[in-house]
Design a binder for this molecule. Structure first.
Ligand SMILES: [Zn+2]
Length: 201
């Protein structure tokens, strides 16, 4: 069975799902920056995010009145430099989510890198650094089939997935695609190509 590798690549920061106290909408876009406030030897650090509905800035607590000397030097430097990779990493820490009562929504913030299967194969899906994505979304992106069709194929054994289809995960998982499904995938992807070039009527 041919081994194939798909990578989940993060392309943006995730949406922060948290109720806006101003307009009650529940989607915030991280600005990709920290705010650091020094008060003597104590620091407050926040991640800033903007409500997608009313534009109000939310401050997500990273540290509250923490002693500067207790912080890792490199991390502290990242806060000051607005290191966007550090923003993603801190947002993905369960402690930050708990403290600020949010969950992350990676919808639209990742892409799948890899080739579609051309014969019976075992696909290893290697996760992004932080993104939790549902295997069903990964399969839809990688195979060009609808979610309902994939669910059906998993039910009848045409696709075997090592992970729970609907549970977002940041761990690797494998997918086995049977020959008859590969034929369907090739057709679906070819049709997608045709669609792109078909004249508008
Ligand atoms: Zn708002």
């Amino acid at each position: 069975m041919l081994p194939v590798i798909w990578h989940v690549r993060e392309t943006a920061l995730p949406i922060v799902r948290r109720r806006c106290p101003h307009c009650r909408a529940d989607a915030h876009t991280p600005t990709g920056t920290f705010r650091v406030n020094a008060n003597g030897k104590l620091l407050d650090v926040w991640i800033l995010a903007t409500c997608r509905s009313c534009g109000r800035t939310a401050k997500l607590v990273v540290h509250e009145r923490v002693r500067v000397t207790t912080l890792d030097r490199r991390r502290l430097d990242g806060y000051h430099r607005n290191d966007v990779d550090l923003v993603a990493a801190v947002l993905a820490e369960p402690g930050t989510a708990r403290r600020n009562n949010y969950r992350l929504d990676w919808d639209g913030a990742w892409e799948l890198v890899g080739e579609p299967p051309t014969s019976t194969c075992r696909v290893t899906v290697s996760p992004g650094r932080h993104a939790e994505v549902s295997p069903l979304d990964v399969l839809a992106a990688g195979l060009g089939l609808s979610r309902s069709r994939i669910t059906r194929l998993v039910k009848v054994g045409g696709i075997v997935c090592s992970a729970d289809l609907r549970r977002p995960t940041a761990s690797p998982f494998t997918v086995e695609v049977a020959a008859e499904v590969v034929a369907e995938v090739v057709d679906a992807l070819a049709a997608e190509q045709d669609d792109q070039f078909s004249p508008t009527t």
